[in-house]
Design a protein around this ligand. Structure first.
Ligand code: GTP
Ligand code: MG
Length: 250
């Protein structure tokens, strides 16, 4: 995954806070032309594999969406992203330090959409760093663990953080991860759905481990971000048509 160093400015023009961010034991790598402010770091830490720079360098896209994954520590945010981007899973838990990202290009609604997906650390001590990234995000994946009551209880606080730090029109999907752990389930599906309804979010249960609903969650988030964007383009389009051309007055 990539990570960010220093006091930088991203493509959308928003500044990022000065800090060092890494997964544990990262190898620092090349500067990608598409994200000159970002250093690509390998993800040797968890998966012993190099991210392909192909996606990050690909300039052929119609839109770029910045998405964020948030939620308590250990709910499975990093696993979810690795499953989506690289189709792999590891049972080892290496807690994210600060923030990381991956880039993936998808084809939705006849558009090539480049996703810059930011994986945030769930631990409280990184909150100042991670909330600084909320501002430019167009979509959030708010995650809890269906076998962990505390992570579910924290969802409202995460939703408040989204309201406080993000754009007004950011779209949110609530995800109950680890639905493969049916025997350890603490949160009934209906409770997750009810909370999502209360908060006005879409809802999925999913499993990074068993690859259940992972692609669907991201595709849904991309679709609702697209819909919102199209809605706003329509609103801002000049509603008054041009007057018909006048005939010759002579
Ligand atoms: N059974 C099961 N375990 C999972 C699933 N997703 C993740 N895990 C495990 O849960 C643990 C935590 O996963 P991470 O992806 O590192 O959690 P995180 O939310 O990124 O945690 P932080 O980086 O600390 O915020 C790891 O041991 C994973 O293997 C899942 O869908 N099912
Ligand atoms: Mg993580």
């Amino acid at each position: 995954m990539g990570s960010v160093d220093g006091n930088t400015r991203n493509r959308e023009g928003s500044s990022t806070v000065p800090h060092r961010s890494r997964t544990e034991n990262p190898k620092r790598g090349v500067l990608e032309p598409e994200f000159p402010h970002l250093k690509m770091a390998s993800t040797e830490s968890r998966l012993q594999q190099q991210p392909s720079p192909k996606d990050a360098a690909d300039l052929n896209f119609d839109y770029m969406f910045k998405l964020l994954i948030i939620g308590n520590s250990s709910v499975g945010k990093t696993s979810f992203l690795f499953r989506y981007a690289d189709d792999c899973f590891t049972p080892a838990f290496v807690s994210t330090v600060g923030i990381d990202f991956k880039v993936k290009t998808v084809f939705r609604q006849n558009k090539r959409i480049k996703l810059q997906i930011w994986d945030t650390a769930g631990q409280e001590r990184y909150r100042t760093i991670t909330t600084a990234y909320y501002r430019g995000a167009m979509g959030f994946l708010l995650m809890y663990d269906i076998s962990n009551q505390e992570s579910f209880n924290a969802v409202k606080d995460w939703a408040t953080q989204i309201k406080m730090y993000s754009l007004n029109n950011a779209q949110v999907v609530l995800v109950g991860n680890k639905c493969d752990l049916e025997d350890d389930r603490d949160i009934p599906t209906e409770d997750g759905q009810r909370l999502a309804d209360d908060l006005g979010f879409q809802f999925f249960e999913a499993s990074a481990k068993e690859n259940i609903n992972v692609k669907q969650v991201f595709e849904h988030l991309v679709d609702i971000v697209c819909d919102k964007m199209n809605e706003e383009i329509d609103i801002h389009r000049d509603p008054s048509p041009l007057p018909p051309p006048r005939g010759c007055a002579c």
